[in-house]
Design a protein around this ligand. Structure first.
Ligand SMILES: [Zn+2]
Length: 356
């Protein structure tokens, strides 16, 4: 064994012992893991490599890194997804142990509406899968409404294994009040760590309300689970690119950001600062650059902004405040630019008008 192998093994050991609590992870597709490997490479971050090629991609990239790396097979996604009653693939579980991932994620099938057998099968298999295994629960959104959420709480507490939710919906799953209310209820009642995979800015809200960790996708398809019935994103010739506008706390299409920037260019007397970003990646450049920058630069910006928010949002009150501030900037935008763009649905779901 040469010295490189020794240091690699030492890195693997360090990585396996890492506590994931309060970490904001970045979820990347396996086929682009090499390109995006450096995103969010800081002390309280980590990476979730996703898809059928995730183990191979994670093996290639993880050697020597000391931050947490997880592997999500996403067998639950796509049109031919198996149900949650499908057996775990032992070699997939063992592959993660060999790689010494920070926790082992189960290669679960999908849990449809009212599919109690699928939910129980995943949790039961997880209890038998050994130490440090987290049950991935890809859920139809009705599991966050009554009576689904009550049953979910009973089941996870009964099986006593950590769980990571993947929420299925045609648009933002945490953009509806019932889902957010159900998630808050689950987080307050669960006696096991509850985390979120494949989420977006709402992952910070979930952590504020007690989620152990959250993984935010770098692409729309990794920010939630589209239904198999084909109500996914509308077809586009080009992959849509979304960047977070920091003050608006909104993942916005790069074309729309460019539209906002172009509008302020036509007037001399308006404050253009909303469309500049001073994160380490952007260096105060204007945000119209997101329409043409590299995917790596776009992802680095998004992760920087999420990292800043993560520092700021440490409690339900600070999450509410962050939403309230963003809504204030929407009002400012309307006054300053005469743009009446709707705030994203998650803001009203987490902070309904009645509580503002
Ligand atoms: Zn930036």
């Amino acid at each position: 064994m040469d010295t490189t192998d020794v240091s690699q093994q030492s890195g693997d050991r360090d990585r396996g012992g890492l506590d994931l609590t309060h970490r904001l992870l970045v979820q990347v597709p396996a086929d682009r893991a090499g390109e995006l490997w450096s995103v969010g490479d800081d002390d309280d971050g980590g990476l979730v490599v996703s898809g059928a090629g995730a183990l191979t991609a994670a093996s290639a990239g993880a050697r020597g890194t000391t931050r947490p790396v997880l592997v999500d097979r996403r067998r639950y996604a796509g049109k031919n997804r198996p149900p949650g009653t499908v057996r775990f693939d032992i070699s997939w579980i063992e592959g993660q142990r060999d790689l010494n991932t920070a926790t082992v994620l189960t290669d679960s099938g999908y849990v449809g509406k009212g599919d109690h057998a699928a939910l129980a099968a995943i949790l039961e298999q997880t209890t038998r899968a050994g130490d440090n295994v987290c049950a991935v629960l890809p859920l139809h959104l009705s599991w966050l409404a009554n009576p689904g959420v009550k049953h979910l709480i009973v089941e996870v507490n009964h099986h006593e294994v950590p769980v990571a939710l993947v929420l299925e919906y045609g648009s933002d799953p945490l953009g509806t009040q019932y889902a957010v209310t159900g998630l808050k209820h689950l987080l307050s009642q669960a006696r096991v760590p509850v985390s979120l995979l494949c989420t977006d800015i709402s992952g910070l809200g979930a952590m504020a309300y007690g989620a152990a960790w959250a993984a935010v996708g770098v692409t729309s398809s990794l920010r939630h689970l589209y239904p198999a019935s084909g109500t996914g994103p509308p077809f586009r010739a080009l992959r849509p690119r979304h960047a977070i506008v920091p003050r608006l706390m909104t993942l916005m299409n790069a074309e729309r950001i460019a539209e906002g920037w172009a509008l302020v260019q036509r007037h001399d007397d308006v404050d253009e600062s909303l469309w500049r970003c001073d994160c380490a990646e952007c260096g105060n450049r204007t945000m119209d650059r997101f329409a043409t920058c590299t995917d790596l630069s776009l992802a680095a910006h998004n992760v920087n902004i999420l990292g800043d928010l993560h520092q700021q949002v440490t409690s339900p009150a600070s999450w509410d405040q962050a939403i309230s501030d963003a809504l204030g900037w929407y009002v400012w935008m309307q006054n300053e630019y005469h743009l009446t763009w709707e705030p994203p649905a998650f803001m009203n779901a987490w902070l309904p008008k009645s509580r503002r």
